[in-house]
Design a binder for this molecule. Structure first.
Ligand SMILES: [Zn+2]
Length: 224
């Protein structure tokens, strides 16, 4: 009897330890609610808005919103570095800037869950390897499909390109409209926010930086 109890206690302890280990290693996954819980949360928000989630037009809305969230926030399940892992080293002495401009993106602000819609420009000066340009666009999507603030997203994209490609420099500029500002709060519909992150030669060398800025149209001709 006593042995049985002790075994039970040990079993419980083992389970506790296991749970604790799992919690610390996969904290986010562990806390992920079920689809039913997510749908119920949407019902609560519909009621908070003042409507009835049981009326006909809204009956399937919680399920749709849960599916939309899977699409809007698919970036949590992806490793951005993987998109840059296949690089090309035969660049035949190419030592000029590589620039992908006007990469459109949709993200959501982490303060209001409101859409952020805009464009990203990514440039880098290769040291000895380049990456397929579509991969840069994919990389932007991975970060965009998470809850974001624009400043963080700008820095994350630059840091990822820098750490994987190890170029001579990286430049990232994001221009975006924040619907938490355009549709509520201060209601400024024409405002866009511009953020930039310059690393390596783009930070140190004004000429290289200006070449990038004029290529993306952020410098008027003749401007310093
Ligand atoms: Zn916001």
């Amino acid at each position: 009897m006593r042995g049985g109890l002790r075994e039970m206690a040990m079993g419980k302890l083992a389970r506790l330890v296991k749970v604790k280990v799992r919690r610390t290693s996969k904290a986010a996954k562990e806390q992920k609610p079920s689809r039913t819980e997510a749908e119920n949360a949407v019902r609560t928000l519909i009621r908070w808005a003042g409507d009835n989630p049981r009326r006909e037009g809204l009956i399937s809305t919680p399920a749709r919103v849960a599916r939309a969230y899977e699409e809007w926030f698919s970036g949590y399940d992806e490793d951005p570095k993987e998109y840059l892992s296949r690089t090309f080293e035969e660049i035949s002495g190419y030592d000029e800037m590589v620039l992908l401009r006007d990469i459109s993106f949709e993200s959501h602000c982490e303060h209001h869950l409101a859409p952020i819609i805009g464009r990203v420009h990514v440039g880098y000066l290769p040291r000895n390897r380049v990456v397929g340009i579509s991969k840069l666009a994919r990389l932007v999507d991975v970060y965009a499909k998470r809850l974001q603030i624009q400043e963080k997203m700008t820095a994350e994209i630059a840091a990822c390109v820098d750490s994987v490609l190890k170029p001579l420099g990286v430049a990232v500029v994001i221009e975006a409209a924040h619907q938490c500002m355009t549709t509520r709060g201060v209601h400024k519909s024409d405002v866009t926010m511009v953020t930039s992150r310059m690393l390596g030669v783009f930070r140190k060398n004004a000429v290289t930086r200006q070449e990038f800025l004029s290529a993306i149209g952020r410098l008027r001709s003749g401007a310093q």
